[in-house]
Unconditional design. Structure first.
Ligand SMILES: C[S@@+](CC[C@H](N)C(=O)[O-])C[C@H]1O[C@@H](n2cnc3c(N)ncnc32)[C@H](O)[C@@H]1O
Length: 244
């Protein structure tokens, strides 16, 4: 497949018999989050991967992934958003079953353990009621991610701006809404607690006088890489064979 981009138009040639398709950039990518787009450009989200969007809303981050043959799953507590994605998937003739798109809470997802290559959770975690709720959501996001897989979170933070504290980790952000906000120390402590690898340093966008949105991207270690490496290679070999 060859993709050419010129003057706001994308031409996709799908080989000799597949013909050529011309789409606007917006038709191809939708209103995708720029940091999700960044992960796509870097090959961390790619065709063929099983991608779960937890708290998917109306699926702005899924248009390109559905078009390009990712095995997409999505969940949101808002039934209208989920229905919209079912229809989008059907209109793009992805062949994905409607049950891939579920209504429900992120903190209790109906998906099996370690089933997704990539989990996206964009602009959701700051709606946590309190720390317990935040941790319940995070623990579910981590549960469904396979070893070696990537968790992409974009969430409200206090990195770069001060906000009025309401109580606990809840603050009033610029438009008067009450959000659960993390800070750098908390994200780094959680990364360590999960024994995760930071894919990128934390990146924060400050939306002037309104809010700070931080991108927190983690990779789940494969079980072998979290083994304590023994001095003796024969011991290592025995351990690996034992696990196989
Ligand atoms: C600001 S929208 C973001 C939607 C989408 N992820 C995006 O980036 O465009 C937040 C979404 O999170 C969903 N949401 C918030 N808390 C949730 C929870 N605990 N379980 C499931 N969905 C939740 C809302 O219904 C809403 O669709």
């Amino acid at each position: 497949m060859l993709i050419q981009l010129a003057q706001g138009v994308i031409r996709i040639s799908r080989g000799k018999d597949g013909g050529e398709l011309t789409l606007s950039v917006q038709e191809q990518f939708g209103q995708i989050d720029i940091y999700v787009f960044d992960q796509i450009l870097r090959g961390n989200i790619a065709p063929g991967m099983r991608v779960l969007d937890a708290g998917c809303g109306y699926g702005r981050n899924l248009v390109h992934l559905l078009r390009e043959g990712c095995e997409v799953f999505a969940l949101d507590e808002d039934a209208e958003g989920v229905e919209h994605i079912r229809k989008l998937s059907a209109s793009l003739m992805t062949g994905l079953p409607a049950k891939n798109f579920q209504v429900g809470p992120v903190e209790r997802m109906p998906f099996p353990n370690e089933f997704a290559d990539v989990v996206i959770c964009s602009a959701v975690l700051h709606f946590a009621r309190d720390e317990e709720h935040f941790r319940a959501m995070l623990s579910e996001l981590w549960r469904v991610l396979r070893p070696g897989g990537m968790l992409f979170c974009r969430l409200g933070s206090r990195i770069g701006m001060d906000f009025e504290r309401v109580g606990g980790n809840r603050f009033i952000v610029g438009d008067g809404a009450e959000w659960f906000l993390v800070d750098e120390e908390m994200l780094l402590d959680l990364t360590e607690e999960l024994n995760a690898v930071l894919v990128d340093p934390l990146k924060t966008t400050i939306v002037q006088d309104l809010r700070c949105m931080t991108t927190w991207v983690l990779r789940k270690r494969r079980s072998w890489s979290s083994l304590q490496l023994p001095q003796d290679p024969i011991v290592l070999c025995t351990q690996v064979m034992h696990r196989a």
